[in-house]
Write a protein that binds this ligand. Structure first.
Ligand code: AMW
Length: 156
């Protein structure tokens, strides 16, 4: 697995959990909750409408697959799955991505606050390098999730 592009970012292989024919999954450098991962098409298009049908299909099959894994691995009991499609929806990286967030009882005082957090956690004024996780922490999480994936049946 070589380096992949996520918008303007170059993603190291160590941060990638899974790569399929048309998609990949990476760990988040600034997760809103533990286990918050991102699913992206390999082709770096900006908007959901730009995806071909085979890319939409692969993106969502991959989302379903990794969602099961993070829910189990992080001891969660639900998931928030979300796309911020365009700047007014909170998108900062101009490359389609699905946010997958494991949810637990009481993780937010107001359940839907997760959407506010999602919208603001990577805004410029809040997103400084000191708030990012270390490469080592991200690599360790990706490795653990790759291992857990091996134990899951595929959905294809
Ligand atoms: W968006 O606000 O565009 O819907 O979400 C971008 C997401 O990508 C954020 O959760 C942010 O923390 C994450 N992110 C941005 N750059 C990187 C990177 N280089 N590696 C991992 N995650 C990243």
């Amino acid at each position: 697995m070589s380096c992949l592009r996520f918008g303007q970012h170059v993603i190291k292989a160590s941060a990638v959990i899974l790569q399929t024919d048309l998609s990949f999954v990476l760990v988040n450098r600034k997760p809103v909750v533990p286990g918050h991962v991102l699913v992206c098409p390999l082709r770096p298009v900006e908007r959901f409408r730009d995806l071909r049908p085979d890319e939409v299909s692969d993106l969502f099959r991959t989302t379903q697959r990794i969602a099961n894994v993070v829910e189990e691995h992080f001891g969660a009991s639900s998931l928030t799955i979300s796309i911020q499609d365009g700047p007014e929806a909170g998108q900062t990286v101009k490359h389609v991505h699905v946010h997958v967030l494991p949810r637990k009882p009481g993780d937010f005082e107001r359940n839907d606050s997760i959407y506010e957090q999602l919208q603001k956690h990577d805004r410029e004024e809040e997103d400084c390098p000191s708030s990012w996780r270390s490469e080592a922490a991200m690599a360790a999480e990706a490795a653990a999730l790759r291992k857990q994936l091996e134990t899951q049946p595929t959905n294809r």
